[in-house]
Design a protein around this ligand. Structure first.
Ligand SMILES: [Zn+2]
Length: 304
């Protein structure tokens, strides 16, 4: 496993943080030790703002090593799926998301940060000129061949894109991977034109689901280091200059595309029983008032 390779070099973790990376408060408390991965890691919670973060952080090299080929093929302990294998099913969700964005923004350039194999950008190219940033050369290299040279293999810190260039920027299940999420939000604000839209999907740690599951919550992963409450994220977006924020629970499209996508993992007719669970989760996610939310799924649309 790549992380263990890095362990051999003796530089797996950074020096522990002594203040909250979101609000700067020194009042940070140990929250959980997550032991289901090797190596185990710890997460702290800020007593001032409630932001949860991995502490100490993995080093940049250890973090990058997570996203090699093994990450996408399921060969590592911590892995993602290779979206190309179930693309025809995932397309239902990607297309629905593009229709939702199109209700607000009708054209221009789109940037998908964490664009993976480019599946979402292929759907987005119906309305927008596709651009991507992808840290993995394995996934990014593939999307350069299918989408073109507008995919940058790297990060928000070393990209070639100019200010005010994009009408839409998406960060789908990406922000939780970033050790400096405030930098990313400011950078997205700079890259967006006035009125442009930043789409963020990440877990809401204030959701009852995350609070009840505690350290068993599946979002605690070696590659995740920033865990927001909805209020954390809305406050951060406002501080970074976004003028209007719209929240969706669980997501900004309906149940049907999710059911169609789930079929990609089905190998027997019995697997259709999962539709009951998916539908229940979808409708339970709509239960919310104030800062209370029954589940931890959310999508925010923030406008510059
Ligand atoms: Zn804080």
């Amino acid at each position: 496993m790549p992380v263990n390779d890095t362990k051999a070099t003796g530089h797996l973790f950074e020096k522990p943080l002594e203040a909250c990376p979101l609000c700067g408060s020194p009042k940070i408390r140990r929250l959980h030790r997550i032991e289901r991965f090797e190596p185990a890691f710890t997460v702290d919670r800020c007593a001032s703002c409630g932001f949860i973060f991995t502490n100490p952080r993995l080093t940049h090299d250890a973090m990058t090593a997570l996203y090699g080929r093994d990450y996408y093929t399921g060969a590592s302990d911590y892995s993602y799926y290779d979206e190309r294998e179930t693309e025809q099913y995932a397309r239902h969700v990607w297309d629905s998301r593009c229709e939702a964005i199109h209700r607000f923004i009708h054209g221009g350039n789109i940037l998908d940060v964490g664009s993976s194999f480019g599946g979402f950008l292929k759907s987005a190219s119906k309305y927008y000129r596709p651009h991507g940033i992808e840290v993995s050369s394995y996934a990014g290299g593939y999307s350069i061949s299918s989408i073109g040279p507008t995919i940058h293999i790297g990060t928000l810190k070393d990209h070639p894109f100019e200010d005010n260039y994009f009408s839409v920027i998406s960060m789908i299940e990406l922000l939780e991977h970033l050790p400096d999420p405030l930098f990313a939000l400011r950078e997205c604000h700079r890259l967006l034109r006035d009125g442009g839209l930043l789409l963020i999907q990440t877990a809401n740690m204030a959701g009852l689901q995350a609070r009840l599951q505690g350290k068993r919550y599946g979002y605690y992963l070696p590659g995740h280091c920033s865990y927001f409450t909805k209020k954390n994220l809305m406050d951060a977006l406002t501080a970074c200059g976004f003028s209007r924020i719209k929240a969706f629970h669980p997501v900004e499209f309906g149940l049907i595309p999710k059911l169609k996508k789930s079929r990609g993992a089905f190998t027997s007719v019995w697997h259709y029983r999962a539709w009951l669970r998916i539908a229940a989760y979808h409708y339970i996610s709509k239960i919310r008032f104030g800062n209370f939310a029954a589940t931890s799924s959310m999508v925010l649309y923030a406008f510059k």
